[in-house]
Design a protein. Structure first.
Length: 259
């Protein structure tokens, strides 16, 4: 009997050791990836967001006055960095496009050049997500040109899902580019109560799904988003694990570890 008990204890210790070494999760663990957009301009909530005690994916706009500083600060705080690339949206939104934006009027070579420049301007970036882009993400030619750069550089794409008709998943599959899709916008209404309700929406999604991706912002809702997330993090169930976006794509980790 003692031998059986000893064997069971040894087996349990070995199982825990394997999890720690391999990073494999206990069955039933739910994963949440929080992306925070609009870094790069010293906007409200930047400090509060970066000080949150969970891994985040920080989307930094290229060519901003604080792009370099905030990308480096995010990385130094243990967060993942991606490029928040401005892309053409619906009519009337062009004034919101930042420097280096991608539009559907551009030729393929110009799109590729702008994507390369944007990536080079954001240190530590492992991929791209779209800022606006409800028009550009629907155009296969535009996305193919952009994804060809991601393919060459071994990077991933996060589809913010600003358009239901985004062709990004199809183009990503064609070119073998790792992709993750957003599920929930946290702070389309900039108050703590609404953002907390969106956090509850994350939990509801996790009842039937193993993963959830949610997007928040610095800027107008930044401090409210930080406050709501800090409250929720302290209350969330133990079976929820916060991860970076790239952790949701096993093949992406393989690509980068092989470089």
């Amino acid at each position: 009997m003692k031998r059986v008990v000893v064997f069971c204890v040894m087996l349990m210790v070995f199982y825990i050791w394997v999890i720690e070494i391999t990073g494999e999760e206990v069955e039933g663990t739910k994963k949440v990836a929080i992306i925070i957009d609009d870094f790069g301009h010293g906007l409200e909530g930047t400090e509060e967001i970066l000080s949150l005690d969970i891994p985040l994916t920080v989307a930094v706009m290229p060519f901003g006055p604080n792009t370099l500083e905030e990308a480096m600060l995010a990385y130094e705080n243990g967060h993942e960095v991606i490029v928040h690339l401005s892309m053409e949206g619906r009519p009337g939104t062009s004034r919101q496009l930042g420097e280096g934006a991608i539009t559907t009027q551009m030729g393929n070579d110009e799109i590729k050049e702008r994507v390369q420049e944007a990536i080079d301007d954001v240190p530590y970036a492992v991929g791209i997500n779209n800022h606006m882009g409800s028009v550009a993400t629907e155009v296969e030619r535009v996305m193919h040109a952009m994804f060809s750069v991601l393919q060459e550089r071994g990077m991933m794409y996060v589809d913010s899902k600003s358009s239901y008709f985004s062709v990004a998943p199809d183009v990503a599959e064609e070119l073998g580019v790792p992709i993750v899709e957003n599920h929930i916008f946290l702070d389309d209404v900039a108050n703590v109560g609404h953002i907390r309700s969106q956090c509850q929406a994350i939990e509801q999604r996790l009842e039937e799904n193993a993963e959830c991706v949610a997007i928040g912002h610095v800027g107008r809702p930044g401090k409210e988003t930080a406050t709501a997330l800090k409250q929720w993090i302290e209350e969330v169930d133990d079976d929820v694990k916060f991860v970076t976006v790239s952790e949701l794509v096993p093949e992406f980790r393989w690509i980068h570890h092989g470089l």
